[in-house]
Design a protein around this ligand. Sequence first.
Ligand code: M6R
Length: 589
Amino acid sequence: MCGIVGFTSDEPAAPVLLRGLKCLEYRGYDSAGIATICNGQLNCGKDVGKLDEVCTNHNLIGLVGNTGIGHVRWATHGGVTMENAHPHCDCKQEIAVVHNGIIDNYEELRAELRSEHCFKSQTDTEIVAHLLEEYVEEGLSLEAAMRKVVRRIRGTYSIAAISVREPGRLVATRKDGPLVVGRDGNRKFIASDALAFMEHTHDVAYVEDGDIVVLDEDIVFTNEDGAAVDRAFKTIDWRWDEPTKQGYDYYMMKEITETPDAIRCALEQDKDLILDMAMNILRAKQVVFTACGTSRYAALVGRYLFSRLAGKFCDVIMGSEFHYFSDSVDKNTLVIAISQSGETADVIQGVKKARENGATIFSMINMIGSSIARMSDRSIYLNCGPEIGVAATKSFMSQLAILYLLAFTMANRMDEGIQKVRDVCDTIEGVIETNGLRVERIAGLTKHNNSCYYIARGINFAIAAEGALKLKEISYIHAEGMPAGELKHGTLALIEKGTPVVVICPKDYTFEETLANAAETKARGAFVIGVSEENHAMFDEWIEIHATEEIFYPLVTVVPLQLLAYYSAVARGNDPDRPRNLAKSVTVK
Ligand code: M6R
């Protein structure tokens, strides 16, 4: 989703801003731009399209000035047009603003400002530039003007601004949006994601809700009332690797193959922390997982594991719905938030509400220092490194690994759990190898179908749902995943001759019943793709998996489904790393 960078020092800002935006590209965007200040003039270049194209077409690298801001936009308010791309400027071209999030009351503010100001875009962001202009004209500094703007706007936001009247200075603020500051001597950075400046510095401080931060020779944080607040700098321990495909056509394939390592790294946790979390989960009166998309499917696997291994029932509520249940959330509730990015706005909203109600928050996060990690009483990091493909793959496996670790610990079998997950992990490399060509061929057979269904029972139901999510998000084929038993309660009406039905049926205690459901689809002409350790006459195509213990099947069944989605996307000419309309980090509600 949108990404912000800002930089001030005594060297040219444009190259640093563009490098920063490059690092944020993976989050998904439709337009890009930067603004710099030089000799009392604001230089701004922006457009629709990929960063490299915008950079070439508008000579962004040639925008002179040592202070600047940059942005990659994922459209919310207003279409994908050059006018709507950020930065947005005031009427006099003196102030430039970039923004992440949504300003809820922008229509009312726009109506108020319209008679005196000339609006060039349809965005909610532009009102910030004009409001700043109003207040600066009243004689306020950019910082004081920003403080006044914050009192006028409602919504979720991270905002950074520069003004020709105060060269060498950046002013920024946030509410429920990510914003982090970095320093390296006289070079000061701000970004919505520390990855944007990780190659320059690991010395960071997080901007908190309501803070106004000013970056010039110093970095000063103040609160809504202008009083100084202390935001400690710390070194984040994240090795920066230039994202490269390392010979793979797409990041997604690279990341699928990194799965075994991702699982092993996820198992490397502080045992005391795991023990403490497991005990708290067991003791809690009510445990609720909250997450979105793929992370929610990991939570569904977790729910099953907690029940099966430790007899602990938990609920799973999707992030965007959780706050509607806040009447039932109190100090006896333990919330487990799962999120790769740690910045998913829907999850943040639910977690915030739960905290207000006194709940304890645990989280499982990949991005170090992200908002959800910082809102949590305890947080476990996935340790799988940056995931660039929009489709979550290795991070899902890391989430599963940690859920196994917790569940086994809850059953007082931590070391056994670690060993067993490691053993299964060794077979996953084989799954990728054995199935690559076969799955690619199957994707070729089904690439023209309009719909595809995924069914499974028990712990693998979540994998059916995840397989379907993967397929639809990158191949754009309509897909649904459901418990096999649920099929006949409605969806069976959609099965016709040739409809692909992926049947996940390992040879565990769900095998016969799942196969019976597959037979119901077959009788109506379905093209049955079986995912099992043994072939069966029912299957038109068979994807082979390794035999394992029932609870570990998700680790081996999901990989071929990720591959099926990948090859389907490629066969249909799509870029699996950057699916249309989607963003890696969903920072708006
Ligand atoms: O960063 P999060 O794990 O909180 O993201 C949640 C979802 O947006 C994410 O899993 C999304 O569904 C993925 N694109 C799925 O591949």
